[in-house]
Ligand binder design. Structure first.
Ligand code: C5P
Length: 305
């Protein structure tokens, strides 16, 4: 049995260009893995089986993590039945790439089980979804193309995040379609002085999907205003939303900021950047995707901060 922790992704700014002939939009932005994670347990079984550790699971074929695991098996030509148990903690349809994180971790575990090479694994990641290549690598990266061009950067560690998921679900294709309908708006940049120092060198931070997300769900803009007032700093939108977040100096400060959040949020969390998209263990030490042992990792596979 292999246990994996799949970390959510945060978009720190997302520039969007006009729809391409293939239907995707060229993007450019800083992607960051954060300590908010799903847990997966994957192993050989008598027959294929996917379960949820608790609550409802997007089941079978529609579950991106399960599809990723089956894609790895199929690419290897193996037919070993598999089981996967998913403990979902990352909110769905929130702009946090939860499904993509599960897919990356399941694909990475599958690639290890079935001996897939890096090129095949990356091809499968891109086929599974635009955020999956980043989640496979994780950490901090400048991401471009439709999401498949992942340029790793030095880790960011001089901030933590207070995060709020408003009680709204947004579908990524719908937000991109709204962005088209609005004529491809650009969003204003967050002032440099409001950003953690490590982010200032990366250029303007702005999420071009924000006008589309707030046009579809005006309540997101209301939440953003309220949080801006409560926290006295800019509040940013991750990806296609609706997750909102702000930068704080450390986890303690971010956690205390959450006490000022209006009631009714779908979820709230203080989280810090992590250096991997997923980590795994086969019962011994916790390992990075490349198999190296993470000596400083907490003993269990719970989300690291
Ligand atoms: O790649 P993924 O399946 O996650 O994308 C879901 C949808 O989001 C796409 O079908 C497309 O409508 C939209 N999308 C896009 N441009 C991107 C990524 C996603 O238009 N770079």
């Amino acid at each position: 049995m292999i246990h994996a922790t799949a970390f959510a992704k945060l978009n720190i700014g997302l520039r969007v260009g006009g729809r391409r002939a293939d239907g995707f939009h060229p993007i450019h932005g800083i992607f960051q893995s954060i300590g908010w994670a799903d847990q997966l347990a994957i192993g050989a079984a008598e027959q294929d089986q996917v379960d949820s550790a608790h609550g409802e699971l997007v089941s079978g074929e529609r579950n991106l993590g399960w599809r990723a695991l089956l894609a790895a098996r199929e690419a290897s030509g193996a037919n070993q039945p598999l089981s996967m148990v998913l403990d979902k903690q990352i909110p769905v349809a929130a702009g946090l790439g939860g499904g993509s994180a599960d897919a990356a971790a399941a694909l990475g575990v599958g690639a290890r089980m079935f001996g897939l090479d890096a090129a095949t694994t990356l091809r499968l990641a891109t086929e599974l979804g635009s955020d999956v290549p980043f989640c496979l690598r994780g950490g901090t990266a400048l991401v471009s193309g439709r999401g498949e061009v992942v340029d790793s950067q030095d880790p960011l560690s001089d901030f933590a995040l207070a995060m709020v998921v408003p009680p709204i679900e947004l579908s990524t294709p719908t937000v991109f379609a709204e962005w088209d309908r609005l004529g491809g708006p650009t969003a204003p940049s967050t002032a440099d002085r409001a950003l953690p120092p490590s982010l200032r060198s990366h250029g303007p931070v702005a999420n071009d999907l924000e006008p589309a997300a707030t046009a579809l769900a005006p309540a997101v803009a209301d939440w953003q205003d309220q949080l801006r007032h409560a926290w006295g700093r800019p509040v940013l939108l991750s990806g296609s939303g609706p997750t909102l977040y702000a930068f704080f100096v450390d986890l303690d400060e971010a956690a205390s900021a959450l006490s000022g959040v209006p009631s009714g949020a779908r979820d709230v969390r203080a989280a810090a950047p992590v250096r991997h998209g997923w980590v795994w263990s086969d019962g011994g030490e916790v390992r990075a995707p490349d198999g190296s042992v993470l000596h400083d990792w907490p003993g269990d596979l719970s989300p690291a901060s």
